[in-house]
Design a protein around this ligand. Sequence first.
Ligand code: NAD
Ligand code: ZN
Ligand code: ZN
Length: 353
Amino acid sequence: MSQNIPEKQWAMVIEKTGGPVEYKEIPVAKPGPDEVLVNIKYSGVCHTDLHAVNGDWPIPTKLPLVGGHEGAGVVVARGELVKDVEIGDHAGIKWLNGSCLACSFCQASDEMLCPKALLSGYTVDGTFQQYAIGKAAHVARIPKDVPLDAVSPVLCAGITVYKGLKESGAVPGQTVAIVGAGGGLGSLACQYAKAMGLQVIGIDTGAEKEKMVKEELGATAFVDFATSKNVVKDVQAATADGTGPHAVLLVAVNEKPFQQAAEYVRPRGTVVAIGLPAGAFLKAPVFETVIGMKTIKGSYVGNRKDTGEALDFFRRGLIKAPFKTIGMSELQKVYDLMHEGKIAGRYVVDTSK
Ligand code: NAD
Ligand code: ZN
Ligand code: ZN
């Protein structure tokens, strides 16, 4: 089953680790029996895409590589085994492109831990192209009344921070510190936290991000990590009783905050590591961690249920995070700004330009 699919399409491709990323015409792939082909309209640009270009992580990418894993579009073809996704449905291709659905992790709905997981824009081609393939079981079901540009960042950033907030164990009324609050994941984290009834302390730098985090995203306090003389004291001082936030979501791209969070989280509190700075280590003082009964954990994207829930928060109008749209051919500009830490919120690429 298919409709008017061209043989060739435009894509952003890297031939080797380190780049450059080139705007090229490449063939449109055909979906396998359990796959769908999605005509991607918009794709958010995640810092993970830049880590992939730079080869920051211990796992190598496929090469040549089409990056991208926040792709929202319309299903245009499906394999013969696909029964529950229709041509014309709106769908999202997210980081977890597919998993085996049979291993002990998949059985426990921890499909992101599947040893056979396929990763969009990393081990399989992603969404910086006009037609992308996803395993039907894993594509996000996007309601038709939701705009495809605004929803695209939910497909990685939204799902990931929503899952991270659940993993933190924080409950309504409590306080969460979002470290990297002005970035892509951070801006969505502020909104999900607020929608989940949490109070937010944003940590990032610069007047533009401070204004966005406090005035648009609903944080009650902001700590500028670059100008603060003592981040630990300032974060604790921003909580009602001065004992620190109940949870910390680390979505920054530098190692330093991963070595501070356990110091300022409240006793009994939880630090959730989500950002993946190259070669970084977590550090925590043993004495305060033990005496304060603190928890430090990692959180990695989300499963299919988290995906549906995160999208439903968006559909209900609870998540409004700022984004800017740019032609896909200008992806390198986005990477340059991202490298400099100059993006407040998210960039979304339009695959038609
Ligand atoms: P981004 O570049 O949009 O945002 C990062 C933010 O961190 C920026 O606003 C920057 O100013 C801020 N920052 C830098 N140093 C800081 C510090 N010392 N203290 C506080 N803030 C600081 O990046 P993004 O797209 O939001 O991604 C963030 C990280 O999350 C990346 O490493 C990415 O690979 C990772 N990630 C992880 C998962 C997961 O499942 N665990 C999923 C998606 C992304
Ligand atoms: Zn991502
Ligand atoms: Zn599996």
